[in-house]
Each structure stands twice: as structure tokens, then as C-alpha cells.
Design a protein around this ligand. Structure first.
Ligand SMILES: Nc1ncnc2c1ncn2[C@@H]1O[C@H](COP(=O)(O)OP(=O)(O)O)[C@@H](O)[C@H]1O
Ligand SMILES: [Mg+2]
Length: 261
């Protein structure tokens, strides 16, 4: 792989469902070790975009390259292999309720037979430590708060050592303090392992904390991409209104103080 080339390159991506065009020519490049956040209104196509990146959806038009591989050309076994480059953190953490915290994190390592048992154990403990959940390893997911489940979900996603992390609304539904803890873990992951990442969020504070660059999706296209400072200074009305609205909304959520430690 050419070190100069972007890890993820989305070119002219178009996708419709029935008569509804969701993506109308999305272009986005993410470089090695870079953290890019995608913002945009609910239903604007953020999740659809990252589903194309891992090959869960096929483009109507356009191409997605990951490490120079055209994702659309992969199928079956190749696609399974390809997806191992990725770690995904879904909303809610998507843990197995019948397994302890420890077994949840060990699951992908055992399933993929990635390493001998002793190494698996060391890796699980390392990941538990990374998300500050060492003392909770024998607990069941039902006894954890939303923020803790998210941390375990992150540890599980990181356990196989992915090169790319995709986070779909990692702080949605969490109170601002817990959201801040998740943001810090995303930054720690980014800096400790040079993981390349895309994070979908509609939380501007979170986007500012975790992203090197922020991209705004609007009416099927990326209408602005820039650093947090460039985003704050952006005068495109759809961007500045979205940013102002989300920032005000977050302040209100902060004051209402919903609990989720
Ligand atoms: N599998 C699907 N079949 C039909 N419509 C879909 C499918 N997935 C997403 N959509 C539609 O595409 C639009 C964008 O969805 P999504 O990417 O999930 O939005 P968001 O930006 O909130 O993540 C929505 O209108 C959604 O209903
Ligand atoms: Mg979504």
C-alpha cells in the first residue's frame, strides 16, 4: 500500500432507495491516522455512507476504495476478510446479554481464532484497561450503565486490532459527562494505535473533540469539510445554522442533567 494514498476514498457515491435519492455524489477521503466526523440532520444518509465503506451496501454509482481496494468488487469470503480491517461501535454497544463483560470482549478473538488462549486473555485485559473497565470484567451487560456498555462495546471492537474504526453516534443517548468520557476514549484510541476513523455524530461538541476534520452531509452531498476551527468559521448558511442549532441544543441537554453514569 502506498503510504501517501488515503486509507478511505469515497468518489461520487450515489445511492437511492426506490425513488428517494439519499446520496447524490459523496466525495470523501480519510488519511492514515486521521479522525473524520460526519455531521448532518437525521436521515441525511450518514449511516448509509459508512455502510458502503464496509461493503454492507453497494453503490448505485461511484466507488469506495479502502487501502486501494475497490470495495464493490469484493464478495463472499473476500468481504468477510475485508471487514476484519474494521472495528465498529454501534449505538447501544450491541453486547451479548448472556455473556460477561470479559466474554463479550474475548468473543471476536475466539470466533476468529486470531490468537492462542493466553494471548487472548492478555489482549482482553489490555482492552479492559484501555476503557477503564477492569474491575467490571465478570459483570453481565444488564448490570451496567449505558456509558459502561458503550465502553465495553469499544473494547470489543478494538480487541482484534482493527486499522479502521467506524463509530455510529457513539455519544447519542448519553449524558454530556459520559459522552465526554467516550470522546476521550476515541481520542486515546486514535492517538495510541494510529487508527483511521470515521465517526457519525450530531453532537458538535463531540465532533470538535475527536475529529481532525469534520464533514457535513446535506441533501446527498458533503457541502463542507474542514477542521473544527474552519467549521466554526464557516459561513455557508446550512452549515452555520446546523452548527449553531446543535450547540444550543447540547447546552439545553446539559442543563436538564439526565443521568447516565
Ligand atoms: N435499507 C434501507 N432501505 C430503505 N431506505 C433506507 C435504508 N437505509 C436507509 N434508508 C433511508 O435512507 C435515508 C438515510 O438514512 P441514514 O443513513 O440511516 O440516515 P442518518 O443520517 O440519520 O444516519 C433515510 O431516509 C432512511 O430511511
Ligand atoms: Mg444513522
Amino acid at each position: 500500500m502506498n503510504p501517501e494514498q488515503p486509507v478511505i476514498s469515497i468518489r461520487g457515491l450515489k445511492k437511492s432507495f426506490g425513488v428517494k435519492r439519499v446520496l447524490n455524489g459523496v466525495d470523501l477521503e480519510v488519511n492514515k491516522g486521521e479522525s473524520v466526523a460526519i455531521i448532518g440532520a437525521s436521515g441525511s444518509g450518514k449511516s448509509v455512507t459508512i455502510k458502503h465503506v464496509i461493503g454492507l451496501m453497494k453503490p448505485d454509482e461511484g466507488d469506495i476504495f479502502v487501502d486501494g481496494v475497490n470495495v464493490s468488487t469484493l464478495d463472499g469470503f473476500e468481504l468477510d476478510e475485508f471487514r476484519r480491517r474494521f472495528g465498529m461501535l454501534f449505538q447501544g454497544g450491541a453486547l451479548f446479554d448472556s455473556m460477561s463483560v470479559y466474554d463479550n470482549i474475548a468473543f471476536p478473538l475466539r470466533e476468529l481464532k486470531l490468537m492462542p488462549a493466553r494471548e487472548t486473555d492478555a489482549r482482553v485485559r489490555e482492552c479492559l484497561d484501555l476503557v477503564d473497565m477492569t474491575g467490571w470484567k465478570d459483570h453481565m451487560p444488564a448490570s451496567l450503565s449505558g456509558g459502561m456498555r458503550k465502553r465495553v462495546g469499544l473494547a470489543r471492537a478494538l480487541a482484534p486490532g482493527p486499522n479502521i474504526m467506524l463509530y455510529d453516534e457513539p455519544t447519542t443517548g448519553l449524558d454530556p459527562v459520559v459522552g465526554g468520557i467516550i470522546d476521550n476514549l476515541i481520542v486515546r484510541t486514535r492517538d495510541a494505535f494510529q487508527v483511521t476513523s470515521i465517526t457519525i455524530t450530531h453532537d458538535m461538541k463531540s465532533a470538535y473533540r475527536i475529529a481532525h476534520r469534520i464533514a457535513m452531509l446535506y441533501k446527498g452531498k458533503i457541502i463542507m469539510i474542514g477542521t473544527p476551527d474552519e467549521m466554526k468559521a464557516c459561513e455557508i448558511p446550512q452549515v452555520s445554522e446546523f452548527v449553531a442549532d446543535r450547540t444550543a441544543h447540547l447546552d439545553l441537554v446539559g442543563r436538564s442533567g439526565n443521568e447516565d453514569a
